[in-house]
Design a protein around this ligand. Structure first.
Ligand SMILES: Cc1ncc(COP(=O)(O)O)c(C=O)c1O
Length: 352
């Protein structure tokens, strides 16, 4: 069962469903370099709070190691998948995931010496720790147990304090700690900047041509909404398909219900995309920008990890292989597809 997004059939004729392709969504910003012609009167308003001009500007604050990542077709992977699939590898950087892009933009304006608190199973936390260190920030990460020891070790190596909390959702503990200490709380899926930084991926992908669909793993939704915001404006015919684990179909259910729904994950195998509740801000963007969300099983994720290892020589974590899993399982239509390998921090001691 893969219902299309009821709120957004991605109908280009419907301006309410479009991010404004004519310019910024931040008209108060005098430095805004509008990429296209400005309208005398701004349009009725973009459907989301994501800004194309901020996506463009994000490249100037994202460290080079996260940008212009490899993207190519592998002949044997194409054969295995039965169509042409451009794969973008977001794994060859100091945190082994795409998360540095959005976090770099989100942290850019925090003054040195600040403390930032977040909740993360490890990839978002690694990005906050790695970039926060460069900015002179103190970083505290609340992580749901059981924590992937490899992700934990790397967050600590980047100077973060990591606090493991019981249960699948570390957000309440992070929010309480930030409120008590006055530290900044960074919640994935909430500030537009995290999605806008990830949106730089779409501009890079588009250099490889046009796609019938772009397939993106979905956890909190920052990645897919940033990518979708750019693609809706520049490649409106491309379908944007999200992938949730069947064991934690949180955004899938929220999209169907039209409101956040609390999910109890049956497994955290794909920990990077295992969340318990969609943030309303992220769900609103998903409803406006994403065509549909499909589900992949643990067996499909395992099989996709094997394909990625065999054909791309990348040790993907389960969440990182979710896009390939959806394509390999025949859950995405189209002859010319693109997807990302989003993370390569598998759990050395666990199933992933
Ligand atoms: C490896 C991996 N892939 C995909 C995602 C999904 O990104 P988002 O939470 O922005 O939806 C995450 C999130 O942390 C991740 O760690």
């Amino acid at each position: 069962m893969q219902p299309a997004n009821p709120a957004n059939p991605a109908n280009p004729a419907n301006p309410a469903n479009r991010t404004d392709p004519t310019g910024p969504t931040d008209p108060t910003d005098p430095t805004d370099p509008a990429p296209g012609p400005r309208l005398a009167e701004p349009p009725a308003g973009p459907a989301t709070d994501l800004s194309l001009s901020r996506i463009a500007r994000a490249r100037s604050v994202i460290p080079a190691c996260f940008l212009d990542t490899p993207q190519y077709e592998d002949e044997l992977l194409n054969t295995a998948l039965g169509r042409r699939v451009t794969v973008k590898l977001e794994t060859g950087n100091p945190i082994r995931s795409f998360k540095g892009r959005g976090v770099a933009l989100a942290l850019a304006d925090l003054p040195a010496g600040s403390t930032v608190v977040c909740a993360s199973s490890g990839n978002f936390g690694q990005a906050v720790a790695y970039l926060g260190r460069d900015l002179g920030l103190t970083v505290v990460v609340y992580a749901p147990a059981p924590l992937n020891p490899s992700k934990c070790a790397r967050m600590v190596a980047f100077g973060a304090e990591v606090i493991e909390v019981a249960g699948p959702d570390a957000h309440p503990a992070a929010a309480a700690a930030a409120a008590a200490s006055g530290a900044a709380l960074l919640v994935d899926g909430v500030p537009p900047a995290i999605a806008e930084g990830a949106g730089t991926i779409a501009e890079e992908l588009a250099r490889a041509g046009r796609f019938d669909a772009v397939v993106v793993p979905v956890g909190d939704g920052s990645l897919i909404t940033g990518v979708a915001a750019w693609l809706r404006a520049h490649a409106p015919d491309t379908r944007i398909v999200g992938v949730n684990p069947a064991a934690a179909p949180t955004m899938f259910r929220a999209l169907a219900a039209g409101e956040p729904v609390t999910t109890t994950p049956a497994s955290a195998f794909a920990e990077g995309i295992t969340v318990t509740r969609a943030r309303p801000e992220s769900l609103a963007r998903v409803r406006a920008l994403v065509d549909e969300i499909v589900l992949v099983t643990e067996a499909e994720l395992r099989s996709a990890m094997g394909l990625v290892a065999r054909h791309l020589s990348v040790l993907a974590e389960p969440a990182g292989a979710a896009g390939i899993a959806a394509i390999a399982a025949g859950k995405v239509a189209g002859d010319r597809l693109a997807t990302l390998v989003t993370g390569a921090n598998p759990n050395p001691g666990g199933p992933g």
